[in-house]
Design a protein around this ligand. Structure first.
Ligand code: HEC
Ligand code: HEC
Ligand code: HEC
Ligand code: HEC
Length: 398
């Protein structure tokens, strides 16, 4: 009797301890393969690269395609190398291999959850560690994987980036978790000059004027342009901010509704694809995520998307030429030493703001689709600033 009781207690203790034994640390994508084979297979297809008319994931060389960039980004890493983004599979290797200098280990924030784990364990100082040394000391790192959006609970959105959860304090509305999962990385950010901490500039709002006001107030500058002397800002990849307030956003759609349609078959069920790429590549995906509302054929809808993108692209090219002309004229006037102190300060401020607005549209990966209204507004805003600047310069023309 006694023995039996002991055995029972022993068994219970054993059951309890194994039941509670949650695996610590990051469970890797490969380890979920057996449980979620369809999702894992779609996740592995992020290695595929394919071009679309305006987008796609073939790493074209932006500096070759848009030579004006060498002038705009003069004096900054992006004038040395700038390739188009490709899939999540490459995020970690691409940041390691880029020819651009890295501010600190915090450049890994949006490439791997392994960095976040060390950051949370060892504290904010980790941001400042030397990038190359951190990479050499952490060979276990893997690129964006299940943990980044789910932690160790596949299917549930669990945010892992505190730079996002901190910034959400400034946002009043409730945002769909299937958008927040992506807003962990597809956002505008800057790194604090001293601590190298990643910060999202949302305190005053998520449009360019609010961000510029925030940057002004907090004295944020990414670099000084070598020929105009302007304190410049580099826009990053503001997909979330651009999408915010668009037609589709206001209808309640999330990033995942268009980029993760339910097209992966598991018996009779359909699961969300985990191949994050251009929705225009898959007719099956378009049928699922767009045609339900829009009707018509997928070809017609692709043409509609491309019309919207072409409108933004054409204006972006024109404003790019105007910005180049402005920078060249400002540079010449500075070389001539003719500008008054006030005018020079104002012209530099115009360079800063106009270039940020132009860049915000240029670097946004939806190529104008996510929110064509906002893209046109930003380009128009850049254009009127440039015109204001040209007027000041014309005073010195005679
Ligand atoms: C209403 C549908 C829709 C929503 C919602 C949406 N997107 Fe997109 N996204 C698109 C389309 C269409 C493109 C253009 C693809 C192209 O040009 O090939 C695109 C392009 C992109 C690209 C570039 C892909 C490429 O291959 O060129 C990225 C990155 C992206 N979206 C991220 C996001 C993020 C992050 C969100 C949420 C903040 C989001 N999208 C919300 C439809 C959507
Ligand atoms: C942990 C950071 C992170 C998260 C979270 C994240 N992305 Fe990305 N994403 C990236 C990075 C970095 C790249 C660029 C990779 C490269 O080129 O090296 C990228 C590239 C992309 C691309 C371009 C690839 C292509 O084929 O066009 C798309 C589309 C995309 N992401 C969509 C999404 C969507 C949708 C979500 C949310 C469901 C999301 N991402 C969440 C970091 C992230
Ligand atoms: C970039 C973010 C992101 C990554 C990385 C990611 N997921 Fe997801 N996953 C999502 C989102 C968003 C949903 C939809 C959640 C919802 O409906 O609330 C989802 C849904 C799921 C579901 C539920 C099935 C369904 O159709 O909705 C499972 C299971 C899942 N993910 C497993 C995985 C596994 C396994 C991995 C790694 C191989 C992974 N996820 C990586 C964002 C991600
Ligand atoms: C919930 C319904 C809904 C879904 C889902 C949806 N749309 Fe829309 N979309 C609309 C409405 C409504 C408008 C505004 C009226 C119009 O232009 O047709 C719109 C507008 C557009 C526009 C014109 C945008 C502009 O800037 O002028 C394009 C292009 C478009 N959608 C493409 C897509 C694509 C591609 C998808 C899927 C990836 C999609 N939509 C998914 C409802 C939807």
């Amino acid at each position: 009797m006694k023995k039996k009781k002991l055995l029972l207690i022993g068994l219970l203790v054993l059951l309890f301890s194994t039941g509670c034994q949650k695996k610590e640390g990051i469970i890797r994508a490969e380890e979920w393969q057996d449980k979620y084979p369809e999702i894992y297979a779609s996740y592995m297809r992020n290695e595929e690269m394919e071009e679309t008319t305006f987008g796609g994931s073939v790493p074209i060389d932006y500096l070759e395609k848009y030579p004006d960039l060498k002038v705009f980004y003069d004096g900054y890493g992006f004038s040395k190398e700038y390739l188009r983004a490709r899939g999540h599979s490459y995020a970690l290797e691409d940041v390691i291999n880029t020819a651009r200098p890295k501010a600190g280990a915090s450049c890994l924030s949006c490439k791997t959850a392994d960095f976040i784990e060390v950051l949370e364990r060892d504290g904010v100082e980790v941001n400042k560690l030397n990038f190359e040394e951190f990479v050499a000391e952490n060979p276990q790192m893997s690129t964006i994987s299940c943990y980044d959006c789910h932690k160790n609970e596949p299917g549930v959105v669990n945010l892992t980036r505190s730079h996002l959860t901190d910034a959400l304090d400034h946002i009043d509305e409730e945002i769909n978790s299937k958008t927040l999962a992506c807003a962990q990385c597809h956002v505008e950010y800057y790194m604090d000059a001293e601590t190298k901490k990643v910060i999202l500039p949302w305190e005053k709002g998520t449009d360019t004027d609010s961000m510029l006001a925030y940057y002004e107030e907090n004295n944020v500058t990414d670099w000084v342009h070598p020929t105009t002397g302007a304190d410049l800002l580099k826009a990053q990849h503001p997909e979330f901010e651009t999408f915010n307030g668009s037609i589709h956003y206001n209808m309640g759609l999330s990033c995942a509704d268009c980029h993760m349609p339910e097209i992966e078959e598991k018996g009779n069920d359909l699961l969300r694809t985990h191949q994050w790429t251009s929705p225009l590549k898959s007719k099956e995906g378009l049928n699922k995520s767009c045609i339900s509302c829009h009707g018509g054929t997928t070809d017609d809808l692709i043409a509609k998307v491309e019309d919207v993108q072409r409108g933004v692209y054409d204006k972006q090219e024109k404003v790019s030429a105007e910005l180049l002309d402005f920078i060249e004229r400002l540079t010449a006037a500075i070389e001539d030493g003719v500008l008054s102190e006030d005018d020079l300060a104002q012209l530099r401020d115009i360079h800063r703001r106009a270039q940020f607005k132009w860049d915000f549209v240029f670097v946004e990966n939806g190529e104008g689709f996510h929110n064509s209204v906002r893209a046109h507004e930003d380009l128009d805003g850049a254009r009127s600033l440039i015109q204001e600047g040209i007027k000041i310069l014309e005073k010195y023309d005679r």
